[in-house]
Design a protein around this ligand. Sequence first.
Ligand code: URA
Length: 232
Amino acid sequence: MIEDKRWNGVYSFEDSPYLMEVLTELRDKNTDSIAFRKGLVKLGRYMGYELTKTMEVEEIKVETPLEETEGIVIKDRKNVVIVTVLRAAIPLMEGLIKVFEHARVGIVSASRGKAPKFEIEMNYVKIPQIKPEDTVIVTDPMIATGSTLLKVIEEIKKYGTPKRLIVLGVLAAPEGIGRIKTAYPEVEIFVTKIDRELNDHGYILPGLGDAGDRAFGAPIKLPILPQVHTIE
Ligand code: URA
């Protein structure tokens, strides 16, 4: 885990060959949806393991069948709330929950409109109560303009003030990180890698494309059919 010198509390995993190999597979345009989802699950799981290194531990005594010895518990591991931003964060959450199996889970649907406004629509929000001892992990694979996350963080804050508020993603653009850290300096950000920039459509470069479409397939736009009401 490397702290990026441009901000406080922003970390990438460029020092992990395993995570970089998984990321390479996700970037590859020939990786199909099955492998893409599996890759996101792996990243969620291993980034979750890495996160536990930043959590408080308590030394305890444990009885083996033979004798007493030293052990530890990770105190914060049981006080985790994962907030999943639909849709592409679902496989990331699946991986994270393998490490934080006690986690309470919030689900938020937030979709970004088209350039240049990138307006955010949030039409489903289910977040559990957040307690002062909680670590909230907001999962969103792509931290691009940061607009979605700014809205989601604003919403999360209505449910309580946690001990730590973490954003966990796959890739981030410096623009998005900058906006989040300016608005919420206390938010910690963990991503596998910080990429170069955004293009005019708000996509991360070099990036991996649209994470939702790659994981679940591109949605089609239905023609608007006239509504026919029949009375039986
Ligand atoms: N969302 C994506 O899925 N990909 C990007 O590059 C930016 C936002």
